[in-house]
Design a protein around this ligand. Structure first.
Ligand code: IMP
Length: 180
């Protein structure tokens, strides 16, 4: 996590590169589920922008739902205890589900959500994450579709926030807060 101080933003992934990669991910998903329907589940709020772009690159029939989670623990350091603050609107039994997340960091959130969804008997369950910070992994989680692997830096923009700020940036940027 960034320390308190004056913020500086450095572009890590430009909007154009993100869009290019999402087109490829959409094409891959469309190939994998040719002649099938898929149900995308976005994890609020960070994945909302990624999901909005991804869904428009998918060429098979798609339905959408959303979940929201909160993690217990100090500040933004995940404690590993995750709880649902918004559940799905409808059953996923028998559906091809893709869980869509902004970033795979320690893996605690996605491993929890994967377990919860698996218990609901989907036909298939896959994970799509725009970003992956493999160095930070605590829980083994395998994402089936990954946009970019990134170094162990705190990033904001394109849906990702720091204290609810910066979600509206078009690029993904590294945020550093230098001490004042
Ligand atoms: P995990 O449970 O540690 O994998 O964390 C996943 C969640 O932590 C993400 O959905 C984000 O909300 C948040 N997160 C992890 N790394 C970052 C980051 O670099 N910037 C903004 N949010 C992050």
């Amino acid at each position: 996590m960034p320390q308190k101080g004056s913020p500086s933003l450095k572009v890590l992934l430009r909007h154009s590169a993100i869009q290019r990669r999402i087109r490829q991910m959409g094409a891959q998903i469309s190939r994998d589920f040719r002649d099938e329907q898929i149900h995308l589940i976005g994890v609020l709020k960070g994945a909302s922008i990624f999901l909005a772009d991804l869904v428009r690159q998918i060429r098979v029939e798609v339905s959408l739902d959303f979940m929201a989670v909160a993690s217990y623990g100090k500040g933004s350091q995940s404690s590993g205890q995750v709880r649902l603050t918004k559940d799905l609107d409808t059953s996923i039994e028998g559906l091809n589900v893709i869980l869509v997340e902004d970033i795979l960091d320690t893996g605690l959130t996605l491993s929890y959500l994967y377990r919860v969804l698996q218990q609901r008997k989907p036909k298939t369950l896959r994970i799509a994450a725009l970003l992956d910070k493999p160095e930070r992994r605590i829980k083994e989680v395998k994402a089936d579709y990954v946009g970019f692997q990134i170094p162990n830096e705190f990033v904001v923009g394109y849906g990702l926030d720091y204290a609810e700020r910066y979600r509206n940036l078009k690029d993904v940027c590294v945020l550093s807060l230098s001490p004042e």
